[in-house]
Design a protein around this ligand. Sequence first.
Ligand SMILES: *Cc1c(COP(=O)(O)O)cnc(C)c1O
Length: 466
Amino acid sequence: MLQGKENRENHEYLEPIFGSNAEGRLLSKYKLSQEPVHPKIAQQLIKDEIMDEGNARQNLATFCQTFMETEATELMAETLNKNAIDKSEYPRVAELENRCVNIIADLWNADKAEGFLGTSTIGSSEACMLAGMAMKFSWRNRVKKLGLDINKKKPTLIISSGYQVCWEKFAVYFDIELKTIPMDKENMTLDIEKAMAAIDEYTIGIVGILGITYTGKYDDIETLNTLVENYNQQTDYKVYIHVDAASGGLYTPFVNPELTWDFRLNNVISINTSGHKYGLVYPGVGWAIWRGKEYLPKELIFEVSYLGGDVPTMAINFSHSASHIIGQYYNFLRFGFEGYQAIHRKTQHVATFIAKEINEMKEFNLINDGSQLPVLCYSLSEKATNPWTLYDLSDRLRMRGWQVPTYPLPKDLDSILVQRIVIREDLGINLAHEFIEDLKASLTELDNSQLVFHKEKELKDYGFTH
Ligand SMILES: *Cc1c(COP(=O)(O)O)cnc(C)c1O
């Protein structure tokens, strides 16, 4: 259709964005503005607002996925309007979620005969809350039968001091005492002997972590299982293991399939993972799986009667978009076992390369070399005499766009300051070379500069817990 010139001149859409009145006005920031603005202008204004914050791809602090294929993001954008909880309205999406649960249960060697159950969540935090509650409820059911006075003491959960903050939330929200087992300098994982010694009748369970957020190391869940097996043979007060595999759950099955940490171990009764970490989906999606019904008390399952349907659900949240579940299913369908394996092996290769480079630098002492999770963790070498701290180095790297967090290790090791680099799929070997060049240049700059450095004891956090 063609229009006369006069008609066209009145049209706002012909206005250049940076010449329009709407763009030229000061935004109303904390109070709704009276008038609407053109969508193009709204979009541009918001892009401008966030343009100067960190670039996600160079954020080496996070485990969360920062890249997905265009086909996946299109699919996710197209399905943002589907509500994951409306299982009766969107039965095909419910089926895709069900397939994901089955795929993950299979990767974790769940036995169909035991009747595994699972659900999607918003992330591992929600999954850990659900698993924690299941442990609490099934503990209560067990010990009531044995005649224990459940009100005499708070129930306890045993975990290493390297736990992720979601477990502290779980303890506070659901009134549980967290018995934290200090990590020692040699292992920096769960001290299994001490964990076993902490068990009593009020223990709802033990959490093993596949990998510790601070360092990337795996708890020795196989040995823990053996000791728990022996313990359970001698008492009616059974204890079981939950594995927090937020980061390792969708990495280890492809890279170290021989490592026994999952449902192959009899006392591992539930596992969680974050689909948005090595499941390669944008945040947020997570998964929780129980090995059988007896570990997931039915009081926790709600039959949601919703617009004419009746569907069992277990979740803390209700409505949210189904697009992340669809993104997860896309990845499973698209990559298959070999695709995930190729991606993760390449990620590990990049981690090994960066670890080797860092190991050769006299300034650093490598604490985790990426041979388990592709996460590198290092402190300043005891021999280093430089006046700057790792915080100063973080600042320098940030000038080049790289976000590398510096933080103290948890309780009992908190005199050790470390830097951590999480290698993800989208940090290819070429980018990794660039990072090393930038790291070297930053070190030279720090050594040659006349700067007023931070006080040695100053503690800053750059958000390392995800
Ligand atoms: C990331 C992480 C969590 C929290 O996961 P979200 O998916 O971000 O909620 C819990 N535990 C461990 C070990 C983690 O690494």
